[in-house]
Ligand binder design. Structure first.
Ligand SMILES: Nc1nc2c(ncn2[C@@H]2O[C@H](COP(=O)(O)OP(=O)(O)OP(=O)(O)O)[C@@H](O)[C@H]2O)c(=O)[nH]1
Ligand SMILES: [Mg+2]
Ligand SMILES: [Zn+2]
Length: 292
């Protein structure tokens, strides 16, 4: 059976890139694959059959190298968590939640990209907590070109997902990196100061300079329904060296005495903002447990 990669999925259709063909092949899923959500997502390699009407049917999903849940994209090397310095304002709780989601997914490389630096360059102090946690920060501007050379170098030879809220400039950045992409972009709403969800589906795009990028629709929430509260601390990479030093091996690093994570916050090894984000997310997980 022939194999191909899912470049895009939209409205129940899956679009495959067929080697040597320009046009994408639009496919449906075989019935048994429809039964569980996420059986096939953008980025998956699949086996398919060609039908007489020129469309295809996906029979099987091949094993994945990696999988990001939101946006749902498989077989990626890195995720660029993209926010804007302003317009829309940087939402740090959402940033932290998204970092947890990416860590939980086991994406090998997680980078924080801050766009619209032409409008505000005073974000460095605010972002120190994340640099201290070990994340690479990329300040860029699709408008004046700041940081685009670094961004290009980071994208070369890899498969990268651009993820982040609507209106932060994911599509604009991709257009700035490779002018041949010509992705649609949309203005920020004057009234609600948010993006207008211009990009509607995650789509794999080959870059002129080598590498593949995935432009994705903006999101305004990061659901952590699969994150186990006992594992949460591991998704804060700078907490990891301390976790085994806590007195209780079931320590949740919140109210317990002799907690090595809290000690690391007190002695300045862990940034207090990240610890607060941890407590906040732990609380939402606890509340969720009570509901069910
Ligand atoms: N000043 C400034 N504006 C920018 C920059 N990058 C993008 N914009 C503007 O921000 C708005 C939103 O850009 P998009 O690229 O559509 O944002 P997006 O993240 O793709 O949004 P969705 O597709 O809705 O998720 C547009 O009006 C862009 O012109 C930048 O670096 N500086
Ligand atoms: Mg977009
Ligand atoms: Zn602890």
């Amino acid at each position: 059976m022939p194999k191909a990669q899912v470049i895009k999925m939209y409205n129940g259709f899956y679009y495959l890139q067929i080697p040597e063909k320009q046009e994408l092949l639009s496919c449906r899923l075989r019935g048994r694959l429809k039964r569980h959500k996420g059986a096939v997502v953008t980025g998956d390699y699949v086996e398919y059959e060609l039908l007489e009407d020129g469309t295809g049917i996906i029979e099987k999903c091949l094993p994945r190298k990696s999988m990001l849940l939101r946006p749902a994209v498989a077989n990626i090397d890195q995720v660029l968590i993209t926010f804007a310095a302003v317009q829309p304002d940087l939402n740090e709780l959402l940033l932290n939640r998204f970092l947890v989601l990416a860590e939980w997914s086991g994406i090998p490389e997680i980078i924080i990209c801050i766009n619209k630096c032409d409008l505000n360059q005073g974000q460095e102090e605010l972002l120190q907590a994340y640099a201290k946690a070990g994340y690479r920060l990329l300040p860029v501007s699709a408008k004046d070109g700041t940081g685009l050379a670094e961004l290009k170098a980071q994208l070369a030879g890899r498969v990268t997902v651009f993820a982040g809220p609507s209106g932060v400039g994911k599509s604009s950045l991709l257009n700035a990196v490779d002018g041949s992409l010509q992705l649609a972009t949309g203005k920020i709403s004057e009234k609600i100061k948010r993006g207008k969800h211009t990009t509607r589906a995650a789509c794999l795009l080959p870059l002129a300079g080598g590498g593949t990028v995935v432009d994705t629709p903006g999101f305004s929430a990061a659901e952590l329904e699969n994150v186990d509260k006992g594992q949460l601390a591991y998704y804060f990479p700078e907490f990891r060296p301390h976790i085994s030093q806590c007195y209780y091996n079931t320590c949740t690093h919140s109210h317990e005495p002799d907690c090595a994570v809290k000690a690391a916050v007190e002695n300045g090894t862990v940034h207090p903002k990240r610890y607060e984000a941890y407590l906040n997310i732990l609380q939402t997980i606890n509340d969720r447990k009570k509901v069910y």
